[in-house]
Every structure is written in structure tokens, then in C-alpha cells.
Design a protein around this ligand. Structure first.
Ligand code: MG
Length: 254
């Protein structure tokens, strides 16, 4: 047995030596560009996506904008959503409830523009024009007027609500459009077992707020987060009783 082992080791050493010799010989005979070609990978070729300045990328699913009004949405409590449509902008109609995308999503790239009202009188902390985008109806990325408005840090704009404090506060003043770009990797389950948590990256007005942050479970107002098995699920926008507006919302499925 030991003899065989020694032979095997000796064999692999001599193979390695031979391989090194071959490489050395190649390096002497091949031109630099030929050596460089050896580490080029040509396939698969990435698909072409048209990405003109302004409009969504050609493979995006538009949820708000492009004349779609509320056609891609339904009310959380059922039926037609009652939010206000003004051109390609939609605005929360308080007390009518959250709205939910008709389509379900798994891993996505999400682009979303939102704006909070300039009327901030008497509104402090979480009451200052609150909304939110729920990934898969469970994981809220907070939307709030966090401009000169201190609140608990794990509840300000760009937080994974009540879980992860954003890396920065990149708020523009109220009344200006804010831009979210979000990359979401959905959690994975096998039966009732979580096999991989969700992860989220959030960029707000070009500033990184969440850097591949692990999601700890559904985002709860009261109590700790926890995971419950689910599949692909819709996006949900929150009616928190404030006149928050949305435009130019699109998704690329990953
Ligand atoms: Mg909220």
C-alpha cells in the first residue's frame, strides 16, 4: 500500500514537472499575444440589452411609467387600487391601503423613483412622510423623509426596516425626486428549511446604503424578524397615510 502511495506521489510529481516543462517550453515558443489568448473566455456571450439614456433598459418590466398608470397593480385588500394617477406618477391615497404588483418576482434588479411632500409641519421621525417598498411582500426597504429628520437609524430611509442601518444618509430635500436602485437575491428554501437567506444591495441617489446585506427575515414593526417558507412573490408599496409619489419603476429579472 505504502509502495503504491509512493509510486502515485512520484507519478504526480513527475506529471507536474512535465506540465511545468511544457508550459516553460510554450512560453519560449509562443508570442505574448498567443499566451494572452489562453486566458480569454468568449462564451457564453452576454445578451445585448439596449440601455439608452432616460428610458428603462430594453429587457425591463415597467411597473410605473410608460403610460401604464396602475394597470400593473392591485390593492392589497383586493380589487382595483385607488391611488392617484397623474400622468406617469402615482401617489398614495391614504387609507386605501398598500398596492401589490400583479406579477411575482424572485431575484431582481429594481429601479424606483419616489418623492415625499414638502409639507413637513408637525411631522417628526417615522411620521414624516413614510412609505416603503416590500420585496416579495415581506422585506421592507424603508422610504421616509430622512432629510433633517432624526429617527431610529434602523428605520430611516434605506434601512432594511428594523434590521440593518444604512451606510449613509443620501436624502435630497423633500419635494425632490429620490432614486433607488436595488439588487435583491431572494431567500431559498427547501421545504420548511431556509437554505440561503436573502441579500439586498441598495443604492440611493447614487450612494451605496446597503452592501449585499443579509436579510434576517420578514421586517417587523414589533418583534424580531423570522423566515417563513415562500416562493416568488409580488412587490408591494406601502400606504402609511402620507402623500408619497412614485414614478419610473421597473424591474429586471435576474
Ligand atoms: Mg415604511
Amino acid at each position: 500500500m505504502r509502495h503504491t502511495y509512493i509510486l502515485l506521489v512520484a507519478g504526480s510529481i513527475s506529471l507536474a514537472t512535465a506540465s511545468n516543462l511544457t508550459m516553460a517550453a510554450e512560453q519560449q515558443t509562443l508570442e505574448p499575444w498567443q499566451l494572452a489568448e489562453k486566458t480569454e473566455v468568449w462564451d457564453p456571450e452576454p445578451p445585448i440589452v439596449q440601455a439608452p439614456a432616460g428610458p428603462p433598459p430594453s429587457d425591463a418590466i415597467v411597473l410605473i411609467g410608460d403610460g401604464k398608470a396602475l394597470s400593473q397593480w392591485q390593492a392589497l385588500k383586493g380589487g382595483e387600487p385607488q391611488w392617484k394617477v397623474t400622468g406617469d406618477t402615482i401617489t398614495v391615497k391614504p387609507e386605501t391601503g398598500d398596492i401589490v404588483s400583479k406579477q411575482s418576482f424572485c431575484d431582481i434588479q429594481l429601479h424606483l423613483e419616489w418623492k415625499t411632500p414638502t409639507d413637513v409641519a408637525g411631522k417628526e421621525s417615522q411620521q414624516r412622510n413614510n412609505s416603503g417598498v416590500f420585496l416579495q411582500q415581506r422585506y421592507e426597504i424603508q422610504i421616509l423623509d430622512s432629510y433633517n429628520n432624526r429617527t431610529y437609524a434602523n428605520g430611516q430611509t434605506g434601512s432594511v426596516y428594523k434590521q440593518t442601518i444604512p451606510l449613509a444618509n443620501a436624502m435630497r430635500p423633500p419635494g425632490e425626486w429620490q432614486v433607488y436602485d436595488i439588487i435583491f437575491q431572494a431567500p431559498r428554501f427547501e421545504g420548511e428549511r431556509l437554505t440561503r437567506p436573502g441579500f439586498v444591495t441598495v443604492i440611493h441617489n447614487g450612494v451605496l446604503l446597503q452592501n449585499h446585506t443579509e436579510i434576517q427575515g420578514s421586517t417587523e414593526w414589533i418583534g424580531p424578524p423570522s423566515y417563513k417558507t415562500h416562493g416568488c412573490a409580488p412587490l408591494q408599496l406601502q400606504d402609511h397615510g402620507n402623500l408619497v409619489s412614485f414614478r419610473n419603476m421597473w424591474v429586471r429579472q435576474l
